[in-house]
Design a binder for this molecule. Structure first.
Ligand SMILES: Cc1cc2nc3c(=O)[nH]c(=O)nc-3n(C[C@H](O)[C@H](O)[C@H](O)COP(=O)(O)O)c2cc1C
Length: 430
């Protein structure tokens, strides 16, 4: 079965076996070279693996883009007490659907990445935190973990190396905030999914009070390839500061939505118009969100940029987790932003006042504008409110909620004004 929408210009490293059901099984994975990287990793030892991953320049694919090898080097070595690796498979960012696909098609790729990651930071226990609603991937992953235990890849003395690593699959209850690393740790421990203040950082005090590293599914899936071929090999793609390939999830008004794996730095305009087929026939592009609903929106004239962390930042937005939401001219931007705002209002954990109150007020004001009862002053209030939401809370959820509001008011002010004027005219003629 061919994976839908495989484009010949993709660079499929992590997604190479998407569409091949046999790749899900242990035998199928081994036949594709699976677990050879783990064999190499147990011989290499922790320092060498960390150094190879540092050389590759791999950056975290969960959104922040923090260099993975550097993050791993923060973990204290050999304290004699338990340390943990948490794999973040929560994937709740609106517009994101890559991690579930990596698990769905290649669960052993993730397991191998987790085992190598654990070996790199001297951890004996890995928790994979899967989002509560992901029943299918939970079953696929549970089966794959079982197979890998039976084959001796997980458990005591893996591959006769003297290294012990266990993997526990944990299902969340389905909350966006549990994708935030400290909220995830609280949830894993059976507490409310409320983020923790940092410092202390997870590498010092993490899950169960022990040193912990948290990595995204896609990040860990890249690791076996880096161990097999070396850091330099990985750098053949991407840019100097954003090396490698990345999965981009494309949804909205494009003719060919789906997951695409391309080198970082790929031209964004070419990506949307050529690879994804552009907007439907006869319709013009209106806006693009490049990295999930939590990042600033771009206008069509702003998309001649590279799909990498630096180029996106220079354009005033973020690569985030690579979730591209495309909107054509038929889109009601105010309605879309209001819907996003409602999502954040619903998902705010409520710990911090700027987030709890700010998201709720923003939703109310946006709804008022959408319904034709808004005023121009409301736009100033939205911007002021957003300023009070950003950088003032325990985690960056609040910043994420403010980003689409600020960028849409700044870049699509006319859309807001049209609704405000229409409401005023209707009121005047009533
Ligand atoms: C509100 C919020 C939600 C997040 N959701 C996710 C998520 O679903 N999956 C994920 O991998 N990272 C998510 N993150 C980022 C994580 O906190 C963390 O940075 C990431 O898992 C680290 O892995 P990486 O270094 O491999 O990217 C979220 C962050 C925030 C602030």
């Amino acid at each position: 079965m061919a994976y839908p929408f495989v484009h010949p210009d993709e660079t499929r490293v992590l997604s190479k076996h998407f569409g091949e059901p046999e790749a899900r099984t242990l035998a199928g994975w081994e036949a594709r070279g699976g677990y050879q990287a783990l064999r190499k990793a147990v011989e290499m030892g922790p320092a060498e693996i960390v150094s190879e991953v540092k050389d590759s320049g791999l950056r975290g694919r969960g959104g922040a883009g923090f260099p993975t090898g550097v993050k791993w080097s923060f973990m204290p070595q050999a304290s004699g007490k338990p340390h943990y690796l948490l794999c973040n498979a929560d994937e709740s960012e609106p517009g994101t659907f890559k991690d579930r696909e990596l698990i769905r098609w290649t669960p052993h790729q993730l397991i191998e990445g987790c085992l190598i990651g654990a070996r790199a930071i001297n951890v004996q226990h890995v928790y994979i935190y899967n989002r509560g609603e992901f029943f299918e991937t939970t079953q696929i992953l549970a089966r794959a973990i079982e197979e890998a235990y039976e084959a001796g890849y997980i458990g005591k003395d893996i591959l006769g190396s003297g290294v012990d690593i266990d993997i526990t699959l944990h299902m969340g209850a389905g909350a966006y905030i549990c994708g935030e690393e400290t909220g995830l740790m609280n949830s894993l421990e059976g507490r409310r999914g409320e983020p923790r203040l940092k410092p202390p950082f997870p590498a010092a005090v993490g899950a169960f009070g022990r040193p912990t590293t948290i990595n995204n599914v896609e990040t860990l899936c890249a690791v076996p390839h880096i161990v097999t071929h070396g850091g330099e090999w990985y750098r053949q793609w991407g840019t100097e500061k954003s090396p490698g390939t990345k999965l981009f999830c494309v949804s909205g008004h494009v003719r060919k939505p789906g997951n695409y794996e391309v080198p970082l730095g790929f031209n964004f305009r070419e990506f949307i118009y050529e690879m994804c087929g552009g907007p439907p026939e006869g319709r013009a592009l209106k806006a693009v969100i490049p990295g999930g609903s939590s990042v600033p929106i771009l206008r069509p004239e702003e998309i001649d940029i590279g799909m990498d962390y630096e180029a996106m930042a220079a354009a005033g937005t973020m690569l985030g987790c690579g979730s591209v939401i495309v909107m054509d001219e038929t889109t009601d931007i105010v309605k879309q932003v209001r819907r996003m705002s409602d999502f954040y209002t619903h998902e705010s954990c409520g710990q911090c006042t700027p987030c709890r109150e700010g998201t709720a007020w923003a939703s109310r004001i946006l709804k008022r504008i959408e319904d034709g009862w808004g005023s121009e002053e409301d736009l100033d209030t939205l911007l002021e409110l957003s300023e009070n939401m950003a950088g003032k809370t325990i985690c960056t959820f609040s910043d994420a909620a403010a980003a689409p509001i600020v960028s849409s008011v700044q870049k699509f002010r006319d859309d807001y004004l049209a609704l405000i004027r229409r409401g005023e005219n209707l009121a005047a003629s009533a």
